[in-house]
Design a protein around this ligand. Structure first.
Ligand code: ATP
Ligand code: MG
Length: 295
C-alpha cells in the first residue's frame, strides 16, 4: 500500500446469505482524492462503503484503511482487534442518507458528544470545536436547537459537523442529499464541496451526477455484482466506455429530464457522448443545477 493510499480494496466479495452482492472489487483511494460511487439501486453501493468502516463484514479479499488491514471472513485471518476497530471508526467519518442525529440532544451536544466520550476532550474543548465547526457550516445560530426543530438540510449539515468533530482522515457519504427537498440539496452540497476543496479524502455515494462531475476526481460505477467502470470523473460521466455504465447513465439522464419530461429530454439530446454527454446546455435539469449555483 503506497503511502498516499488511504483506502484500498483488493478482491473484495460481499454476500448476504447465498446472494453475492459484489465480487472481486478492487479500488484505491489516495489522500485528498474524491471518489464518487454511482450505480443502480440495489447494486451494493451502500454495502460497499459500509464494508470500509466495518459496519458490514465481507467474505473474501482485504480492505486496508489507514494502515489497518481487515480480511474477509473466509480468508482464515484473525478479525481486527476491538481497540483497532474502535480506532478505525474514529478515523473514518460517516454521513448517512437519514441524518441519525440524537433527537434528545441539542445541535451543540450532538457535535460535542463523540469527542468527549471517545477522544476524552473536556467539555470546554469540545464546545469550542463544535462552535467552530458550526460556524464553518453556517449553523452556529442554531446551536441550541433540537434536531426536530431543524430543516432536513440543516440536520444533514449538523450530521456532517458531528462526523468532522472526530477529525477523521476520510469521510464516507451515503447519498447525503437523497432525503432532502430539492431546494435544500444545494446547502448540503456546498458543505461537501468545501471539504473537498480543503483536501478531505472522500468516498461519496450519490445520485447527483452534476455534482459528482464537478467535485469528484474518480467515478466508480457499481453494477451487476462489481465495478462496471472506474476512471476520471469527467471521462466516465461524459464518455463511458462500457455498455453497462453507458446504459445506467442514459437512464439517469432520462430520469432527470426535469420539467420537460423524459421524452423532451431525449429529443433535446439525450445521452450523446459525441456532443459531450452531460455537458449539453439545452438539458433542463442541467439548467436547474446552474440556477442552484452548483457548477
Ligand atoms: N442486511 C442485509 N441483509 C440482506 N440483504 C441486504 C442487507 N443489506 C442490503 N441487502 C441487499 O443487498 C443489495 C445491495 O444493497 P445496497 O443497500 O448496498 O444497495 P445500494 O446500491 O446502496 O442501493 P440504493 O441506491 O437503493 O441505496 C440489495 O439487494 C439489498 O436488498
Ligand atoms: Mg444505498
Amino acid at each position: 500500500m503506497s503511502s498516499d493510499v488511504v483506502v484500498e480494496l483488493d478482491g473484495v466479495r460481499k454476500c448476504f446469505g447465498p446472494r453475492v452482492i459484489f465480487d472481486d472489487v478492487s479500488l484505491s483511494v489516495h489522500r485528498s482524492e474524491v471518489v464518487a460511487v454511482i450505480g443502480p439501486s440495489g447494486a451494493g453501493k451502500s454495502t460497499l462503503i459500509r464494508c470500509i468502516n466495518q459496519l458490514n463484514t465481507f467474505e473474501k479479499g482485504v480492505i486496508r484503511v489507514l494502515g489497518h488491514e481487515v480480511y474477509g471472513t473466509e480468508e482464515g485471518r484473525p478479525p481486527l482487534r476491538r481497540d483497532d476497530l474502535r480506532r478505525l471508526r474514529t478515523e473514518i467519518g460517516m454521513v448517512f442518507q437519514t441524518f441519525n442525529l440524537f433527537p434528545h440532544l441539542s445541535v451543540m451536544k450532538n457535535v460535542m458528544l463523540a469527542p468527549q466520550r471517545v477522544k476524552g476532550r473536556s467539555e470546554a474543548e469540545a464546545a469550542a470545536q463544535a462552535q467552530e465547526l458550526l460556524e464553518m457550516i453556517g449553523l452556529s445560530h442554531r446551536k441550541d436547537a433540537y434536531p426536530r426543530q431543524l430543516s432536513g438540510g440543516e440536520q444533514q449539515r449538523v450530521a456532517i459537523c458531528r462526523a468532522l468533530a472526530m477529525e477523521p482522515e476520510v469521510m464516507l457519504f451515503d447519498e447525503p442529499t437523497s432525503m432532502l427537498d430539492p431546494e435544500l440539496v444545494g446547502e448540503v452540497l456546498a458543505a461537501i464541496r468545501r471539504l473537498a476543496v480543503d483536501g478531505m479524502t472522500m468516498i461519496l455515494v450519490t445520485h447527483e451526477m452534476m455534482f459528482a462531475k464537478e467535485i469528484a476526481d474518480t467515478v466508480v460505477v457499481v453494477a451487476d455484482g462489481g465495478i462496471a467502470e472506474m476512471g476520471p470523473a469527467k471521462e466516465v460521466l461524459s464518455t463511458p466506455k462500457t455498455e453497462r455504465a453507458r446504459s445506467f447513465l442514459e437512464r439517469v439522464l432520462l430520469h432527470t429530464g426535469g420539467d420537460t419530461g423524459p421524452q423532451a429530454a431525449a429529443s433535446e439530446g439525450g445521452f450523446d457522448a459525441a456532443s459531450g454527454g452531460f455537458d449539453d446546455p439545452t438539458l433542463s435539469w442541467s439548467r436547474e443545477v446552474d440556477e442552484k449555483g452548483l457548477r
